[in-house]
Write a protein that binds this ligand. Sequence first.
Ligand SMILES: [Zn+2]
Length: 252
Amino acid sequence: MTISTQIGGLVYLITLLLVRNNSPRYRLKRFTTFSLLYLITTILFVPIIAPIFGREKIKKFEYVEARTFMTDLMNRNYVRPELNTSLQKIATGLDKKYPGIKLVYLDANFPFINKFPLLPHLSHSDGKKIDISLIYTDENGKLTNKKPSISGYGVYEGPKPSEYNQIEKCLDKGKWQYDFPRYLTFGIINSELTFSEKATKDLIQEILKQPSTGKLFIEPHLKTRLNMKNQRIRFHGCQAVRHDDHIHFQLK
Ligand SMILES: [Zn+2]
């Protein structure tokens, strides 16, 4: 629980102290107490404590939304204030170009403690990192905020036969985890969607326009397909996971 939500383990320990082992309906009481305490902590206390660690919740407004409410419920939506400012600007820029199209975020960082990694993203440990969904068109060719995976991960815009295939190279090196998020979709939805090269490229350009943006990761074949040459777009390495289902970027 601590690994997936950071505070879950601690809340569970408090629950064990509060609910006596010999009380009738122990399991039910333990479950309700835990859920209640977890919700209260997540909604009321974590946002108050996070600024001590230099982080705050991602500010949602018209143009910024989470792919799934689970991201927020599991406290995976904390960033440094500077990144929050960037997100607002990127989303506003995107909406100007494509009215109604939102910046959809996936995993960011936990609220507390540097170097506490947010698995499976080893580097999301300092409040500076965030993953963003690619943009798609619907069956009528219109841009949409829908995404092809419930979690936002694991449905890939893979290399075409003529494109450079980094995925094969990493898997050949025995890096089995490279492809692992295909098991973390929590369900594949909206199969009618098509990857929008143009809107995704514009989104990446908005991200790179921010002076605070450091590195940005997408899979090499997508960088080539979108014809992008910016030095800050890097290959993340085979020890990471593939980045043709989302964009990762980070503060300098
Ligand atoms: Zn990432």
